[in-house]
Design a protein around this ligand. Structure first.
Ligand code: HEM
Ligand code: HEM
Length: 496
């Protein structure tokens, strides 16, 4: 079919990108602030009630923890992903949002419906309204809201692809499509729930529901979802971003396009089977647990396939890692990706998981991936896009560099303290005397962990300080003198 847009001149429209960039910064500060508060609460539990009995209901650990995970994963990370999608999508498909009033409307609707849903979600979590499934805590009215937001994004992806001028679909777009399809499927299946109010003829709260699955089946669906939320929110869209931003920023072509496709299909096939590693030694069938362990170990291959491809993209140009703080963020990000995708499979080995499960070593694993890989890549993406969408130079490269080192120190303090805390915890829980009696009571482990929790809180605070410097740098960038894209010192050597 003839493409009626193909002869029009290209002028990319970044209005939706800008909106999502603001959301990324706002939700990043909020989510990390809550994380830092939680970390200090764990080190000094009296903070749970320090704010007075009236407020303590809203600021205690159990209310704030889901607020942290939701605002940082579905708030900060997804906003960064969507800012990047509305930027990368236009550029690699060689089509502008401005060419279609409909797609422009969908993009704006995507942002505003998302903001309204996010505000309702924050209030509901603070009020303690949850269905208690980790990373899927929200009750059914919010689940419907999320479905609408997701559909709007889907329409935007299909729409831009539908009117594209570029025939070849670049690898980043494959990863964005996979993210859309997988999360849609996971969200729908894991949130099959029965609203109790309507089912029981008006008993209880109208928004309350129970899962459609029972017992072990519920656990299996939940961790099929939970693990793949990691895969398709904290991994695939971030790979989509680095495959675009690293080559652009460094001026180097992706090391191997074949390897990128091989790793893509490997990741798609293997990830969906690995969720069983979250419920080892539980009541789910033993074969499900073994399958989860085996697939987790195989998962090293496609994960490292992507990570090595990113690192080798810098072949012959390693001096850029020393000279450009932006490249530093991306290269350390890939390295942390390799790191957490080696650590995860090790934790999935049954005998290792017997020590690691329920301990802070898991929290350490989460955050070396989250802070080192996910958040570093989101930061790098915004730093790359800001000069181009606001048509201004980055305000300060030295501030960028200072931010990098402060945050790197924060990550190191965070994960090393959690490793030591986790392994100490795991060993103490198992220790017993010659008669089989437990050697330590639970409170003994809590006392031993105090210094490590304090170090984690310091590390987290440093990370947040770095993020505030980032927000300041972007703000100052916006208020600087405008320049044309080809005048930008930072402009990519590879063109559009
Ligand atoms: C090869 C890839 C990976 C494998 C095999 C893997 C494996 C694991 C294992 C075994 C656990 C502990 C389950 C438990 O005992 O409770 C875990 C937890 C977790 N991992 Fe990974 N991991 C991988 C990569 C990542 C990455 C890149 C991230 C992104 C930041 C991540 C985020 C998480 C999260 C959020 C949890 C905690 C889930 C919970 O709430 O219990 N993982 N992972
Ligand atoms: C300033 C930075 C951050 C700090 C201080 C922080 C702190 C915390 C704390 C204290 C917890 C609770 C741990 C527990 O239950 O024992 C937590 C959980 C969690 N955080 Fe963060 N966080 C930060 C940034 C992030 C980022 C950027 C992400 C994701 C992109 C993230 C994802 C998570 C997840 C998935 C959990 C649940 C872990 C689990 O169940 O094992 N955090 N965080």
């Amino acid at each position: 079919m003839e493409n009626r847009f193909k002869d029009r001149p290209l002028e990319y429209d970044y209005s939706v990108t800008k909106l999502f960039m603001w959301a990324t910064i706002f939700l990043g500060i909020t989510g990390m602030l809550v994380g830092v508060f939680l970390a200090w609460e764990m080190a000094f539990p009296s903070i749970n009630t320090i704010l007075g009995s009236g407020l303590a209901e809203y600021t205690n650990f159990s209310r704030l923890r889901p607020l942290h995970t939701n605002s940082i994963i579905y708030g900060f990370t997804l906003s960064g992903v969507w800012a990047s999608w509305y930027y990368i999508g236009q550029r690699v498909l060689k089509v502008s949002m401005a060419e279609s009033k409909f797609l422009m409307f969908i993009g704006k609707a995507h942002f505003y419906v998302y903001v309204v849903a996010a505000a309702i979600i924050v209030v509901s979590l603070l009020m303690g309204i949850t269905d208690s499934k980790e990373y899927a805590e929200l009750e059914w009215p919010m689940d419907i809201g999320i479905t609408i937001v997701w559909l709007l994004w889907g329409i935007s992806i299909a729409g831009l692809i539908g009117i594209r001028r570029e025939k070849t679909i670049y690898i980043s777009i494959w990863y964005f499509i996979a993210t859309f399809l997988a999360v849609a499927m996971l969200h729908l299946f894991n949130n099959m729930e029965i609203p109790t109010y309507f089912y029981s003829g008006g008993i209880g709260k109208w928004y309350h529901s129970v899962s459609m699955y029972a017992g072990s089946n519920d656990a299996m669906v939940q961790w099929w979802f939970g693990h793949n939320a990691v895969a398709f929110v904290l991994t695939t869209p971030i790979i989509a971003m680095i495959y675009y931003f690293l080559p652009k920023e460094s001026g180097q072509a992706v090391y191997s396009y074949k390897l990128s496709l091989l790793a893509f299909w490997g990741l798609m096939f293997v990830y969906l089977w690995a969720g069983g590693h979250h419920i080892l030694y539980s009541t789910v069938p033993d074969w499900v647990q073994t399958l989860g362990s085996i697939f987790s170990i195989i998962l090293i291959l496609p994960s490292w396939g992507s990570a090595i491809n990113m690192l080798l993209t810098m072949k012959g140009e390693w001096q850029q890692v020393a000279s450009s703080p932006l490249i530093k963020f991306m290269i350390l990000g890939s390295t942390f990706y390799m790191f957490s995708t080696l650590e995860g499979p090790i934790q999935a080995i049954k005998s290792v998981n017997a020590i690691a499960h329920f301990t802070d070593w898991i929290v350490g694993h989460v955050h070396d991936g989250a802070l080192g890989w996910v958040a570093f890549m989101v930061i790098a993406a915004l730093y790359h896009m800001a000069p181009r969408v606001f048509k201004r130079e980055i305000y300060s490269k030295s501030l960028m560099s200072t931010q990098f080192w402060i945050q790197t120190l924060g990550i190191v303090l965070y994960f090393t303290s959690m490793w030591i805390a986790g392994i100490t915890q795991g060993m103490m829980w198992r220790a017993h005397d010659e008669f089989g009696n437990l050697a330590y009571s639970f409170i003994d482990t809590v006392t031993v962990l105090h210094p490590y929790y304090t170090i984690r809180a310091v590390g987290g605070t440093l990370y947040l300080v770095g993020f505030v410097l980032f927000a300041y740098n972007i703000y100052k960038t916006m208020s600087a003198r405008p320049v044309e894209e080809d005048e930008l010192v930072n402009a990519s050597p590879m063109g559009a």
